[in-house]
Ligand binder design. Structure first.
Ligand code: PEP
Ligand code: MN
Length: 358
């Protein structure tokens, strides 16, 4: 059985950084009594700017091993260099995790994967800081290729310039959903601490992750969060973690409830036929685009006409408003449709130009 399939959610908790021996032992003791599956602590911290606390390194691994033996709880640390792997293995680390700033770099990921050749230890790969599904998938594959059989993906959100929408790292849910579509068997863990950056919002994002069918959660937990040396605002106490976990509603992908299943099947059939209609209508719309391209060519007009695009955005937004649909969503859909329509019109114009030249 997979290391990560022991309970849904599979819970990983522990401080952002291993600060002192006392802090590690106190937190690990409390978390193990709550049934947390895996204890986490950073011993090498990737800091954005120099001059701040960068982790206690090897010394902290000794504390983690002591906690593991005393409380019988496995632990995980972030590794970013082959030297980290060597030390992590020396101190009997159970699971390794690759940080977001490492996943972005295929050279470094390859070096780490090679350092693990012949050693089958579970590895968790955080998403890269930019929302690139293939880069994330590629990092996972590099570990699999060197023989790691138990890999999990951790969704920790994506950086952006502004946190105006209220997250430290934007969740951008379609990215992990796409990874799961490509790799259905992959264990998916959500890290609401780094997504939100604020302890008050962790419960909400953890619930969302469960409803998005994630298998596990990684939540930063510290005995005195406000005094934490790193990521103070997003860490919770063990008691808060307990409340968050108890408050979670864990729903299943499938149900045995026959009445519910029959109703769902009916709604799905209606939805399937609506989707057929949507695609048929898009095809008709594209046919119109072809006719318009011929006309624009005959009248010597450009394929893209800014005034017409402005009008489309205004009228379609207005219609979206009437149906209580998100205007932003409808405009995004139309951006795609309009872009495709212009692409087809340009093709018509181009082939006409080729005919003139030849
Ligand atoms: C962390 O988990 O403490 C951490 C540094 O995470 P990330 O790589 O997601 O920033
Ligand atoms: Mn952290």
């Amino acid at each position: 059985m997979s290391f990560f399939k022991t309970g849904r959610p599979f819970v990983i908790a522990g401080p952002c950084s291993a600060e002192t021996r006392e802090q590690v032992l106190e937190t690990a003791g409390e978390l193990s009594s709550m049934g947390v599956h895996l204890f986490r602590a950073g011993v090498w911290k990737p800091r954005t700017r120099p001059g701040s606390f960068e982790g206690n390194g090897e010394e902290a691994l000794k504390w983690l091993l002591e906690a593991k033996k005393e409380f019988n709880i496995p632990f995980t640390v972030e590794v970013a260099e082959p030297g980290h792997i060597e030390l992590a293995l020396k101190y009997e680390t159970d699971v390794l995790w690759i940080g977001a700033r490492t996943t972005v770099n295929p050279f470094q990921v390859q070096r780490l994967a090679e350092a693990l050749a012949g050693i089958d230890i579970p590895v968790m790969v955080k998403n890269p800081v930019n929302p690139d599904v293939s880069l994330w998938q590629g990092a996972i594959e590099r570990f699999e290729k060197t023989g790691i059989t138990q890999v999990a993906a951790i969704h920790r959100g994506f950086s952006g310039y502004s946190s105006a929408v209220g997250y430290r790292n934007q969740p951008n849910w379609p990215v992990p959903i796409e990874l799961k579509r490509r790799r259905p068997e992959l264990t998916m863990i959500c890290d609401p601490s780094h997504i939100t950056g604020k302890r008050e919002r962790i419960a909400e994002v953890a619930q969302k992750a469960m409803d998005m069918h994630f298998d596990g959660l990684m939540i930063e937990t510290h005995p005195h969060p406000d005094e934490a040396w790193t990521d103070a605002e997003q860490q919770v106490t063990p008691a808060m973690l307990k409340a968050i976990l108890e408050g979670l509603v864990v729903r299943e992908e499938f149900t045995q409830d026959m009445t519910g299943l029959v109703q769902l099947e009916y709604l799905r059939q209606v939805m399937d036929s609506l989707d057929d209609e949507i695609i048929d209508l898009i095809a008709k719309r594209m046919e119109m685009s072809g006719k318009m391209a011929e006309l624009k060519m005959a009248c010597n007009m450009t394929a893209y006409q800014p005034a017409r695009w402005r009008e489309i955005v205004e009228t379609r937004s207005e219609r979206a408003r009437k149906h209580l649909l998100s205007e932003e969503f409808i405009v995004e859909v139309y951006e795609k449709i309009h872009h495709e329509s212009i692409r087809k019109q340009l093709q018509v114009l181009e082939s006409a130009e080729k005919k003139i030249i030849s």
